[in-house]
Write a protein that binds this ligand. Structure first.
Ligand code: 5MM
Length: 335
């Protein structure tokens, strides 16, 4: 088990974070269409390979979460994508859930599926080079939601998934995402997120998951995107730390936040303040999708052959977030 603890710590060492490049084909198609690039397997690979061969991979990106299509693809230099990532010193990981589906008994909510046949899929991913995995449960805040049923069902699935992943010698990333969409206040986000995380750990313990061999991927505590309330970045950091301090067992080695729709700089600034005030023993880093890729994708779409230009933009974001993961970022470093 100390092997899993070592992998988790290595992924997040020295301010390193995780690049979430595990968009399903449907999501990646939306992202590519938004910048007028056709979503073909070649284009999806071309953008991702551009990121995975950037120089910041070495110093900043401890792990990359892949999607099933990508883990099976071959780079332009003829090595597999997991090899390309491992050669930079980073760890390849894989999203193993099969998506959030309507929750029976509470049809306005979702439960994440993918447990059937998971043990065999994990063995295959492990052979393909994966060292860690990801599963994401999603929760909406509104008047009557999330329901106890959704909190319980998603926690149960996250725990069963984690147990199978550790059995197969990989580190599970546990991602309970309380969505930013909605009218809720930051205080409500704090209350719900704390409840959701506590329930996850209750279930993880029942399923005998070794907490030293996981990484938690939570949302930060924010007011809903449609709420009138505006809270400061300092307040986001304070509430986020309060939430994690009271709901995460101390055995957990590391926390890697999702960006959840925050702008690139906002996600960096909040992470920086969290680390400046970090009064816990947890490593606090990032596992960003949109907040690492947005500007790079925009630039790449203008000329997909301008690899260097795209890498420069990606490197900058990765470097800024790695500084933030050590509380060393400041606004004047942004270009
Ligand atoms: C990269 O996006 C992932 C979602 O893909 P699908 O919705 O297509 O399954 C997502 O799970 C991601 O890993 C996290 O939500 C973090 O991404 P953001 O953009 O919130 O940092």
């Amino acid at each position: 088990m100390s092997e899993l603890n070592n992998i988790a710590l290595k992924i997040l060492e020295n301010g390193k974070g995780i690049l979430a490049a595990d968009e399903s084909t449907a999501t990646m198609t939306k992202r590519l269409n938004s910048v007028n690039v056709p979503s073909t397997p070649e284009n999806r690979l071309s953008f991702r390979e551009t990121l995975f061969s950037s120089s910041s991979m070495n110093e900043c990106i401890g792990g990359v979460i892949l999607y099933d299509e990508t883990i099976r693809q071959t780079s332009s230099k003829k090595n597999t994508i997991p090899e390309l990532i491992s050669n930079t010193g980073s760890f390849p990981g894989i999203k193993v859930d099969t998506g959030a589906k309507v929750l029976a008994g509470s049809p306005e909510e979702k439960v994440t599926e993918g447990l059937d046949g998971l043990r065999d899929r994990l063995k295959e991913y492990h052979k393909l080079g994966a060292k860690f995995t990801k599963w994401r449960g999603v929760y909406n805040i509104s008047k009557n939601y999330p329901s106890k049923l959704s909190i319980h069902s998603n926690a149960h699935a996250l725990a069963r998934y984690s147990s199978l992943v550790q059995e197969c010698n990989m580190v599970p990333i546990v991602e309970p995402e309380v969505l930013m969409e909605g009218y809720h206040s930051a205080k409500e986000c704090l209350k719900i997120t704390s409840e959701v995380i506590k329930k996850c750990f209750e279930e993880l313990i029942i399923q005998k998951v070794d907490l030293k061999g996981i990484i938690l991927k939570p949302n930060m505590i924010l007011a809903g995107d449609k709420s009138k309330e505006k809270i400061s970045n300092e307040e986001v950091a304070k509430l986020t730390l309060e939430c994690l301090k009271t709901s995460v067992p101390s055995d957990v080695p590391g926390i890697a936040f999702l960006s959840g729709g925050q702008s690139e700089v906002e996600a960096t600034e909040n992470l920086n303040l969290i680390n400046k005030h970090n009064n816990t023993n947890f490593i606090m880093s990032y596992s960003y999708g949109r907040a690492l890729q947005q500007s790079a994708l925009k630039h790449w779409s203008k000329d997909i052959h301008n690899i260097e230009g795209t890498q420069k933009i990606f490197n900058h974001r990765a470097e800024m977030n790695t500084l933030a993961a050590q509380g060393k970022w400041s606004k004047d470093l942004e270009i």
